[in-house]
Design a binder for this molecule. Structure first.
Ligand SMILES: [Zn+2]
Ligand SMILES: [Zn+2]
Length: 118
């Protein structure tokens, strides 16, 4: 487990990614963004996160399948406030109140449209 704590910033509803095609639902667009930037044909099988829900004492590994590209940013904004996309399951992607840590092998893609690939 990596040490940085992240939160879901749920930017996918507001931001548009140029990787996505016109008629795609937006979360799908951001997963495409991740795949293009990371040069992967498909998502890894599992969600990227360890999860700590309100009331939990520690982080627990999420073993759901990765389906969407979740927007995350650092919980404690000391260094920067960059947003990234990581592969996530539906429940992690919908949870604004949970804290997350990334599994060791997780690759993040910057969630800015200047990184979009045609
Ligand atoms: Zn998950
Ligand atoms: Zn993109």
């Amino acid at each position: 487990m990596q040490s940085t704590v992240w939160i879901n910033c749920g930017g996918s509803s507001k931001r548009k990614c140029k990787c996505s095609k016109k008629n795609m639902p937006k979360p799908h667009g951001w997963s495409l963004h991740w795949k293009k930037i990371k040069r992967k044909k498909k998502f890894p099988k599992y969600c990227s996160f360890y999860v700590k829900k309100p009331g939990d004492k520690k982080f627990t590994k999420c073993i759901n399948e990765a389906e969407l590209g979740a927007h995350i940013r650092r919980k404690y904004k000391s260094l920067n406030n960059n947003q990234y996309i990581v592969p996530a399951c539906k429940s992690c992607n919908n949870s604004k109140k949970w804290s997350f840590k990334l599994k060791n092998n997780v690759k993040k893609a910057r969630a800015v449209t200047t990184y979009c690939k045609k």
